[in-house]
Ligand binder design. Sequence first.
Ligand SMILES: C[S@@+](CC[C@H](N)C(=O)[O-])C[C@H]1O[C@@H](n2cnc3c(N)ncnc32)[C@H](O)[C@@H]1O
Length: 242
Amino acid sequence: MSRKSIGAYDLRERVAAYDADMELMHPNRPKMVQIALEVLPFDRDAALSALDLGVGTGYFTTRFLETFPQSKVCAVDGAEGMVELARARLGKRAASVDFRIGDFRELPKLLAGAEGFDVIYSSYALHHLTHEEKRAVAAEAAALLRPGGWFMNADIVAAEAPAVERRIQDIRVHGIIERARGLDPRFADHAATRRFLDEMEANEGDQPLTLQEDLTLLRNAGLRDVAVFWLEYREAVTGGRA
Ligand SMILES: C[S@@+](CC[C@H](N)C(=O)[O-])C[C@H]1O[C@@H](n2cnc3c(N)ncnc32)[C@H](O)[C@@H]1O
């Protein structure tokens, strides 16, 4: 086996490991992406121009291109390693993707030369931003949408009431422990799982908004017909159109 093919195998393994963690922690991801795609009112053979904010390992973009195979995606992410995994996941479909490595808080610089988009989507990425940063990114995204274009976001939200947030967090931890089935020491019991999640969220700078804050932010960003298309506990699919 050549060094290159070993590298490719390793990338596929890393995509699988990332997905396994996502399945443990966010088993709703496939449903949320499915809903976001179903909302888009375009023919499957339309040649759309799309933007993925925080492509990560390319799950949403892969599903987008499976749904709209004639389309092109501009995929932004700050982590080169994630983009490498996205290329591995996408395989031949990577030819339809223009990867831009950089910070989506600097979209005008990152997208220099790009024209408008029919669809701008994101999953599990925008909750890393502060309220003001997210407002600015959403406003830039709204301005980049062509007439009739849609913005769709599948992401985490916080509860309004602390007691509800505590209950949802308990349900979340219980679900992770159940899905891990005692096979992953990170999720051996409630205390270990809580510790792991708290450390991860502190490292990643998670700061989810409440659903109402999110919806107001999207409206103030200039999007129309802003709606919640799906919601379960602390995960939501929201969006609006230009
Ligand atoms: C939890 S991952 C989600 C990836 C993918 N969208 C998914 O659904 O699996 C969040 C991604 O957003 C990227 N990200 C977070 N903040 C960013 C920023 N300010 N600019 C660019 N990328 C960012 C991270 O590098 C990471 O790849």
